[in-house]
Write a protein that binds this ligand. Sequence first.
Ligand code: PBG
Length: 333
Amino acid sequence: MSHQPAAFPHARLRRTRKSAAIRGLVRENALSVEDLIWPVFVRDGEGVEEPIPSMPGVMRRSVDKIVDAAREAAELGIPAICIFPYTDASLKTQDCAEAWNPENLSNRAIRAIKAAVPEIAIMTDIALDPYNINGHDGIVVDGEIMNDETVEALVKMAIAQCEAGADILGPSDMMDGRIGAIRAKIEAEGHKNVAILSYSAKYASAFYGPFRDAVGASGALKGDKATYQMDPANSDEALRLVARDLDEGADMVMVKPGMPYLDICRRVKDQFGVPTFAYQVSGEYAMIMGAAQNGWIDGDKAMLESLMAFKRAGCDGILTYFAPAVARHLNQQ
Ligand code: PBG
């Protein structure tokens, strides 16, 4: 900002807000369908679409229905879909071996989408929580989340996802060293063009509650995730994490949750200038939908405003459960 502020009435800032036409001319940011990644939940069965009570409008879908959803998303112009599995309790173990089973729910969904809707990019989640008897993102031994043992498991998981056809890996576990280990192994195995979108600055947040219901991890989780996810009081630490993940081979980085952490988005974008994403998480979605359903806010307007805020904060894209709704809205304009 080189210009010195002029005084009233020379400067009437309302002049550029006078009409929709002039507001459009001076608008600084835009939200586009191309900015969206749609997180979806996959479950077993066929022809199943099961509502998730704490996330109104969001379903757990069987693989065939996920394919339909991916097709619909592609038709709306949504560039990417992100798969989260709802794993049956009988498949959760101490060693989390289901996580790297080539035939697990998530890998079957990746294959099915790849075959039917090749134009949509498929993002995965790399963390052990859907497969862990403890509900934690890492392997637990005597109450401790084991970093290095977990990284080994995550690498196996990443390879299985690459072989299934994943385009973007999303390590969301917050173990140290996982980006470097995954990058080295996928490079060695010939998956050179698989991108990594690291959940670099992921906070230990109360806003993940509805998601844990959605993937069936709420009941399993013992304690909290504070020894691996970030302290909500910290900001400089987020920059260290992003620097480290980029150094280890991440192509894109994420801040999570979204709306309470817009300051972090801005700092990351300003400091690194790399593709920066925010995850508008389940609790943020539930708050907007819950208030809207009660008639306390205008849901559509709150959705659009909340997503525009990410663009203003410097994000290149947003993971949001609103993706199809907002795409429909933007396509109508
Ligand atoms: C787990 C994971 C979580 C989310 C994405 N991956 C939950 C957690 O860390 O407990 C949260 C997403 C959301 O709340 O929408 N690895």
